[in-house]
Ligand binder design. Sequence first.
Ligand SMILES: [Zn+2]
Length: 432
Amino acid sequence: MALHRKLISIFILYVNLISCSSAQNPDTSNTLNTNAYKSITTADLRTHVSYIASDVMKGRYTPSKELLDTARYISDRFKKLEMISPKGAIDYIQLWDYKGEKVPNCIGYIQGSDENLRNEYVVIGAHMDHLGIIMGEVVNGADDNASGTAGVLELAEAFSSLKEKPKRSVVFMTFGGEERGLLGSKYYVENPVLPLNKTVAMINMDMIGRSKDNYLFIGGVGTALEWKQMIHKYNDTYNFKLELHPGGTAPSDNSSFYAKSIPVLFFFTGIHDDYHMPGDDPDKINYKAQTNIVKMVFEIAYELVNNNTKLTFRESNESLEIQNHHINWKRLGIKYKREDITTEQKTAWKIGKENGAMKIGEIVSGKLAEKYGLKVGDYIITFDGKLLPPDPLDIYRSIELLVNRFENGRTFTIEVVRSGERKLINCIWEGK
Ligand SMILES: [Zn+2]
């Protein structure tokens, strides 16, 4: 015991010596002992995830009242932490328009203490929206992305409770519309409320709740010269089994910032069976690993906001392929064409106003759709006997959900409209 303590004190002395020897870098050796660091807790993360991903929020669809409620939950916390609501947002909420309805981004920041550096901004962000209700089932999106949203809230609390204010300003953002194609973050970078050319880094957390065996994926590490070294330095504390990817573009909001030449990092714990499915629930989150990820982000962000020197941006366009995704769609062999269905078509096809159809844009050869004679230009109006939602992307996700539960040999129907006529096609599922 005593020996152990002695070793620790020597270690601390050593770390202090290192940090004193470098005037450029902030003294991060004590970061782990600060109340700020300790304020990041498993209990808090669990509370936030459980609420944001509860059935009350109905899957935080874009656009929806529940997504606005989620934004209010976040902005209430920003207010309690006495963060600044930037000009261009009202009570921390930046509203944008989607098909005539209002969708929120949440933005709050802590002003830096250094006279010059306070005009530079480090952004910590996550998307808060998800898929809503698919085929009558709430898709809660606990991992995707209540987990990252909770991370933003915990980091906002941590940075707010620092005794010594950070030198640079630190900005906390949660986006709407990510699941519809990164819409919230794209809107933000086109309509920034804090100058983008003074935004020195963006850290994005999307799906950080399903770490297995301490796995952690970090994307964007090629977008600044300094990232790799920083990541390895801080990972010493956590020993994550890291998978590092250089590219700044990913199927998440960091892409929008990278497109504006801002260094980015993307924290992610991988795809799983509940991805975009009703089983993505709060009780399946690995809160312990999530806590460590958020703590690691805190350490990295702490250095970013206090370091006198800035990151060196690098272009890094290597694209990121996320595996095990859309596998059932590949089996179906259908590529859809985005086309809204008119009221006249709905009336002619005898489907309700609240329903829709998916136009087939391409049939992949050798797959199921070709085998059963589906054709380019057909409109799918029912699948497995079920009517479909109005938005093509929601139809895609509905069919994904249905097919995900099919066993090999399962019979099902696809009903299409071809040249104005309804046609019922009987199929047998192959696979799984
Ligand atoms: Zn998603």
